[in-house]
Design a protein around this ligand. Structure first.
Ligand code: ADP
Ligand code: MG
Length: 483
């Protein structure tokens, strides 16, 4: 059977829908889920005689994403018309940037948690601005195709990578990293289900060790990572099968079918669209000054991969915890504000992920509105670390009480009767009482029945009404019994 091993080569064209208030070239609202055909002025409808006008926020977001990804910002980018005919494209062309895109080069750092090759950078070819088309709705029980033009003219960025990805897992990591970044920067909600983030996946295979890339196929419009993984798996197997049979891979645009996980050809290279690109005469070049770039740069503080790095190397967190705590900017910022005061940051991370995060999420409270101050959280942790409150009681009783009505944790622990008594005079008296009451058991312990320690602990606990600090009590018992 097949003796050659193959390497998968993947390049992505990712589309990000920008979270601007209005559309790319007019004042129509840019919102998801509005009643069909509500946000459509004459410009969105492409009526003759209308003039597009560029949305400045779109440019700002493009530059922001470009700077975060280390791109060169093109000081003079231009718009082109990409011509094709389709029911959901009212103008008969899409405004895009073909010749002179706004951002050039750059790369997205990837982390592949739990693999040998943990860090890679996927190089970008460029990022360009464009507008989205409308939506054609083909409902199963409807003999007609319906057209909703609300989305026509909404602003997109297309991020084109070099063919640097090598597996479905890397596609997943790239799209996740991109989702995290666009949300972090506030340029998009990155919601894949709603199509705010989607990608075309270009796939080829080549015999391992071969330098030249194989012929690629492009799978259109993936907006689910599960489907993207399945599509890559199917396509890799299909292409290897062709090569093993001595056939050639045809350069094609293909479509993925979620029903059975297969792909099929939409069109071959030979009948590829001729888009007849030409410069859009209605839109002047976008000229970007150094000052504008610096202004946008000043809006970017820490980036998500830097946040992750800091949590791991400065605060000593496990990568999996650091990953979750740098999922979004607000969580990260709130966490490090608390970490600065914390007596144990790894414990704080667990507390955050297991208790505080879920508590906030259930109530829809943003992480920045955590009711406890960093100082109160630190005091709470100290109560556990110093043995004043048992860890279980602290998380199950004290913490919920504090979150519901914040106050000094020591005061609340006292009021709730959760303080453990660590006073050795007090505990010593109780230990003496217990040993005096059970002389036979004490003798048995001294002869080697050390399992009786639990019995003595229980007796001391009873006499202290549950307040005896277990560590201190145990130490006192052992000292008295050992002698
Ligand atoms: P075109 O100009 O035909 O659109 P590009 O060179 O711009 O093609 O590439 C489009 C996308 O395809 C990019 O993401 C690129 O990384 C990817 N790509 C190019 N060649 C290959 C290949 N042989 N295998 C996989 N992906 C590829
Ligand atoms: Mg291209």
């Amino acid at each position: 059977m097949a003796s050659t091993s193959y390497e998968t080569v993947i390049g992505l064209e990712a589309h990000v829908q920008l979270a601007t208030q209005s559309k790319a070239f007019c004042a129509d609202r840019n919102v998801f889920g509005a009643e069909p055909n509500r946000n459509i002025s004459a410009i969105s409808l492409g009526y003759p005689g209308t003039l597009p006008m560029l949305n400045e926020v779109q440019v700002r977001f493009a530059v922001k994403l470009g700077l975060a990804l280390g791109c060169r910002i093109n000081p003079r980018s231009t718009f082109d018309r990409k011509n094709y005919f389709y029911a959901d494209l009212p103008k008969g062309y899409q405004i895009t940037q073909d010749e002179n895109p706004i951002c050039l080069g750059g790369g997205l750092p990837l982390r592949l948690l739990g693999t040998a090759e943990e860090k890679r950078t996927v190089r970008l070819h460029h990022i360009h601005m464009e507008e989205d088309a409308g939506k054609s709705i083909h409902a199963a029980d409807d003999p007609f195709t319906r057209v909703d033009l609300n989305r026509a003219g909404t602003p997109l960025l297309e991020i084109v990578t070099e063919p640097d990805l090598r597996s479905a897992e890397e596609v997943d990591a790239f799209m996740n990293g991109m989702r995290r970044l666009v949300r972090w920067l506030g340029v998009s909600d990155g919601n894949m289900q709603e199509g705010s983030l989607r990608c075309d996946v270009n796939i080829s295979v080549r015999p391992s060790g071969q330098e030249a890339y194989g012929t690629r196929c492009e799978i259109k419009n993936m907006n689910s990572m599960k489907f993207a993984r399945q599509a890559v798996a199917y396509e890799v197997e299909r292409q290897i099968g062709l090569l093993e049979n001595g056939e050639m891979v045809q350069q094609q645009t293909r479509q993925y079918h979620p029903e059975d996980g297969t792909t099929s050809a939409l069109r071959d290279k030979e009948d590829a669209h001729d888009y007849r690109y030409f410069p859009d005469p209605d839109l002047p070049p976008v000229v970007i000054s150094e000052q504008f770039i610096e202004e946008v740069r000043a809006e970017i503080d820490v980036l998500p991969w830097e946040a992750f790095e800091e949590l791991v190397s400065h605060y000593g967190l496990e990568p999996a915890d650091a990953d979750l705590l740098s999922e979004d900017r607000e969580t990260y910022l709130s966490f490090v504000r608390c970490a600065a005061h914390s007596p144990s940051v790894p414990d704080l991370a667990k507390l955050w992920l297991n208790r505080l995060g879920p508590w906030l999420a259930e109530r829809g409270i943003p992480p920045t509105q955590l009711p406890l101050t960093p100082e109160q959280l630190a005091a709470f942790q100290n109560l556990i670390l110093e043995g004043n409150v048992a860890a279980a009681a602290a998380t199950s009783k004290l913490l919920p009480s504090l979150l519901a009505a914040p106050e000094d944790p020591l005061q609340r622990a006292t009021d709730l009767g959760l303080l453990q008594n660590t006073d050795t005079d007090f505990l010593g008296r109780l230990v003496d009482e217990v040993l005096a009451e059970f002389p036979d058991k004490a003798a048995a312990y001294r002869k080697g029945k050390t399992g009786l320690i639990g019995f003595f602990m229980g007796e001391v606990m009873k006499r202290s009404q549950g307040s005896a600090g277990p560590q201190e009590t145990k130490a006192l018992l052992e000292a008295r019994l050992g002698a």
